[in-house]
Design a protein around this ligand. Structure first.
Ligand code: ADP
Length: 397
């Protein structure tokens, strides 16, 4: 069965066509600048060259049509017709408390997703636009919604409630939701599997360190805590997001800078994290690492603060689960950046584990990087959110 996985943003759309039997990616690509001048579709068939198709994409429906045309094209296509696309899996950012698992999309589900728009005003409306565009072009193809928040819905009340008046939870559903759930689910399952264990038998901490970053505590198969909150701004320091700060800083900065709350929130989302802390060197850890090697002290301070925060979260989740068996690193930084993994690992002595510098050179591959006999197994487990979405889709249709 061929599953088209769609991750639709407000002006971009990523896709992969996955053969669910072999789990091979048949083709993947990206539509950029939808609704703006200079829109382009970058399409790559498996084993073939990337093609860039420049065409106006005034709407997401045009973008989806171009994706279908590319997938069925005589030269760079990978299927003969639309009939060979059996289902579509949509990544949806926020499922609120309504969705604790993936669902087949129907009118009622569309309404329920729309009701979550409030919680993710930048993302959910774009996800819905993507679904509608697909429905327009593929009205008879079954569609599944896979939510970034769903895996975290098992968190107990004590982990998801904030220290705020309870009425804000009752009235507005202000609580911790968490994101990257598809990745935390996939990586924790795979980490246990690599060790030949059942996820239900172990305690796992997953460090998803990408541009956005979050940590989760997966206790006997269930997520019991995660670092992102009502929005993806909470928790770890990230590429450009601040992560946890004293909430009073918002008002303090608004007054000092003469900015509105919205403007300060934008600074916290887009100009902070390791980018801001390094004095604007970069949000990319390759650049920061190179700058640190050249003796740049701000880059060093940013990487140290970043790693320290990751280590502190790990410690808090060890406490939350009363122990840990596996710590798994994933996503762009977690999979590739041995320096950051090593810096985090410096704090592992109390766990009776350490990272082997040789094994820690690994990039983008599954690998155990702690030493044999260590009390906690530390590993690198590449994430694959698209494959996870495809698997969910197959399960439901
Ligand atoms: P997202 O999906 O959130 O956009 P990714 O998981 O793709 O992010 O991670 C992207 C980040 O991973 C980059 O910004 C960069 O900091 C980091 N990264 C990617 N490759 C490497 C590498 N080889 N070494 C260090 N960091 C890397």
């Amino acid at each position: 069965m061929n599953v088209l996985v769609i991750n639709c943003g407000s002006s971009s759309l990523k896709y992969q066509l996955i053969d669910s039997n072999s789990e091979a990616v048949l083709a993947k690509g990206l539509c950029e600048r939808i609704g703006a001048p200079g829109s382009v579709l970058k399409h790559q068939p498996a084993g073939g060259d990337k093609v860039a198709i420049e065409n106006p994409m005034p709407t997401h429906t045009t973008a989806i049509q171009m994706v279908i045309d590319a997938l069925t094209d005589a030269n760079h296509g990978v299927v003969k017709s639309l009939d060979e696309i059996d289902a579509v899996g949509h990544r949806i950012v926020h499922g609120g408390e309504k969705f604790a698992s993936s669902v087949v999309i129907d009118d009622e589900v569309m309404k329920a997703i729309e009701e979550c728009n409030d919680l993710a005003p930048l993302h959910n409306p774009a996800n819905l636009i993507g679904i509608n565009a697909c429905k327009e072009i593929m009205p008879n193809t079954p569609m599944v919604g896979v939510f970034d928040t769903a895996f975290h819905q098992t968190m107990p009340e004590k982990a998801y409630l904030y220290g705020l008046p309870h009425s804000y939870y009752d009235d507005y559903k202000v609580r911790r939701y968490g994101f990257h759930g598809t990745s935390h689910d996939f990586v924790s399952a795979r980490a246990a599997e690599i060790l030949g264990k059942k996820r239900e038998d172990v305690k796992i901490i997953v460090c998803h360190l990408g541009n956005g970053a979050s940590i989760s505590a997966v206790d006997h198969g269930k997520c019991v805590d995660t670092s992102m909150g009502l929005t993806p701004l909470e928790g770890l320091m990230m590429g450009t997001r601040s992560g946890d700060i004293d909430p009073a800083i918002v008002e303090f900065l608004a007054k000092k800078l003469g900015k509105t709350l919205e403007e300060v929130t934008t600074i916290l989302n887009k100009e902070s994290g390791v980018y801001g802390l390094s004095g604007g060197i970069s949000s990319d850890f390759r650049d920061l690492s190179a700058a640190m090697d050249e003796g740049n002290l701000l880059a060093k301070a940013a990487l140290e603060a970043y790693s320290y925060r990751v280590a502190k979260y790990i410690g808090s989740y060890v406490a939350a689960m009363n122990g840990v068996d596996i710590i798994a690193f994933t996503a762009g930084i977690g999979e590739n950046d041995g320096r950051v993994r090593g810096m985090v690992g410096q704090y592992f002595e109390y766990l009776g584990t350490s990272i082997d510098p040789e094994k820690n050179k690994v990039r983008g591959e599954e690998c155990i990087i702690s030493n044999p006999g260590d009390k906690v197994t530390v590993m690198v487990v590449p994430t694959n959110e698209e494959l996870a979405i495809a698997r969910e889709t197959v399960k439901l249709v």
